[in-house]
Design a protein around this ligand. Sequence first.
Ligand code: ASP
Ligand code: MG
Length: 411
Amino acid sequence: MARLGMKFGGTSVANIDRIRNVARHIARERGEGHDLAVVVSAMAGKTNELAGWCEEAAKLCDRREYDAVLASGEQVTAGLLAIVLQERGIPARSWQGWQIPILTSNAHGSARIEHIGAAAILNGFARGEVAVIAGFQGLHKESGRIATLGRGGSDTSAVAIAAAIEADRCDIYTDVDGVYTTDPRIVPKAKRLDRIAFEEMLEMASLGAKVLQVRSVELAMVHKVKTFVRSSFDDPGGLKKGTLICGEEDIVENQVVTGIAFSRDEAQITLRRVADSPGIAAAIFIPLAEANINVDMIIQVASEDSGVTDITFTVSAADFARAQTILFKAQPQIGFSSLHGASDVVKISAIGVGMRSHAGVAALAFKALAEKGINIRAITTSEIKFSVLIEAAYTELAVRTLHTLYGLDKA
Ligand code: ASP
Ligand code: MG
């Protein structure tokens, strides 16, 4: 008998039929005698609808009320799933974040979980109850207001709850049957990974793979919660296939590169003819940092004798306009001659813990991309990944090229 966290995403609970299907998965695990803490998302599309209403009501609405509205989607599915389970004869009750409680920071709209009262859930287990918990929401620990965890936050609710109740595993049910070597819509030969290391998954999610909220992977890594990504559309009675996110030590066979991620959410800014002297990088990047704008890749071209140089860097597409405004305001201090921006760029990344022990992995990619006539505009590397920034029109070609290059097309 084990203790399991289970999480069902929006498409898995999109209507009553699908909620009944979710109940079949729960019935199967309960049949094995497991104690179950089940986290649900809002029905597919619901959260967008609620956010749209807030925006319609006021362009810049009170974030606390925004959270009050958005959290309601999960309340509905938690109640409905409990009803469906009871209807099948499975004792169950719904829990909202504040009832457990799930205490959070006060960053409304992207709050962090700070504490979970596991006792409520464990007492329910002692009564033989399945706990059905509304994901994405908690209670701000001081103000007592409802807070949400950022879009996709039900993943984080699920992993945090699994950690709090010391679950043996957290199963994340979604509409795909696991984590793939890359997006199968771009590379039909993409393969489902049986296992992926926490660190690799963290990079994959941070660099554009959309399966899990980044914060949920961070939590899984810190608390060593084995997390299994699987599809709720697979036969509830059939084979269990999916991807286990686990410690590196639990992975026997390691490829050098495990996956290719890409993100279109990038923009490039080049400042021309800035002085090549101390203090210039600070003059550029401090005002951006103060505005909470994350800068990712940075390239400074070696200056010739002229004493001036070009600096190129990337920000997220959402920050593109704001970053340009800030830079123009700081132009007297920075002293650039012109600013060039481009948002038709994509960042392609290759990820694998095997890179730690292999040299020249990125160099192979540079050569392969050059052979396809793809120009690289910026590069960053770290211990287990490298990223290149290229023109967006080449996204598919570049992802396919790297997928083949690193042997990921093979079964
Ligand atoms: N319903 C929320 C969202 O759409 C949370 C989630 O589904 O994870 O972002
Ligand atoms: Mg999600």
